[in-house]
Design a protein around this ligand. Structure first.
Ligand code: C5P
Length: 239
């Protein structure tokens, strides 16, 4: 099985409740060179077949199921996700070292190994919410700690907000930063709080930009992908 690789560093979030809506958007994006993200809602509603149907359209799939369980269970889930042909999968770094290593080892021999990414601290957590679950520290401190653990466990990278990219990239230039909270200049902020433009996120070191509504609600989604991709290329100066 060949895993298709994106041509542009953009992952479009297919935040839909059913396959018909997701596939309609995917057809609009086919050929744009982006990847797509399937989350818990779409996956739970439509089942694993959605991954294959999106891949058939030539779109690499980030299967965003954020596994978090005992090592043996996460290993099995990761192996199953890899067998679906996902291009990128993820787990929670707070599942701990053994769980992270088990996930990595479980996909090591997959016919096509997906990129394995860890979520550090969900952006829905602030300092108060972290304290409630027994972590009386700044979220950024916990992000750095979990990113380091993820690196040590041999995973490919982490999901992080634009403001955490610098900390993550200090762990290694090849350690991937997958970054949501990205908004092209002039587009609606929606419910995102800590945003950066695509160009600023990439300049800070982001490897993959997760973008939903600015693309899925555009009149021409593929053109929106192309515009964002063009904005990432530094303008050449002429003299
Ligand atoms: O529409 P929008 O660009 O805000 O979509 C961003 C996508 O990234 C959504 O699927 C959202 O759940 C996801 N995400 C996020 N912030 C995180 C992690 C994931 O916005 N910290």
């Amino acid at each position: 099985m060949d895993v298709i690789t994106p041509r542009v560093p953009i992952i479009v979030a297919l935040d839909y409740a059913n396959a018909a809506d997701a596939l309609a958007m995917a057809r609009a994006l086919a050929g744009s060179g982006c990847a797509v993200k399937v989350g818990k809602e779409l996956f739970t509603a439509e089942g694993p077949a959605i991954v294959g149907r999106l891949s058939e359209l030539g779109l690499p799939v980030f299967l965003d199921l954020k596994f978090h369980d005992i090592p043996n269970t996460v290993a099995g889930a990761s192996r199953a996700a890899a067998a679906l042909g996902a291009w990128m999968i993820n787990v929670h770094a707070s599942g701990g070292r053994e769980m992270l290593v088990a996930a990595r080892e479980a996909i090591a021999t997959a016919a096509a190994r997906p990129l394995l990414i860890a979520v550090t601290v969900l952006t829905s957590f602030d300092r108060g919410r972290l304290a409630e679950i027994g972590l009386d520290i700044e979220p950024a401190v916990q992000v750095e700690r979990l990113a380091r653990l993820t690196r040590e466990a041999g995973l490919d990278g982490v999901v992080c907000s634009p403001r955490e990219i610098t900390v993550v990239k200090k762990l290694g230039r090849d350690f991937l930063a997958v970054t949501p909270g990205v908004r092209p200049p002039g587009s609606a902020q929606d419910d995102q709080q800590r945003i950066a433009t695509p160009a600023a996120a990439v300049a800070a070191g982001a490897d993959w930009l997760v973008i939903g509504r600015p693309i899925t609600r555009a009149a021409a989604p593929a053109a929106a992908v192309a515009d964002i991709a063009a904005s990432l290329v530094a303008p050449t100066t002429s003299n």
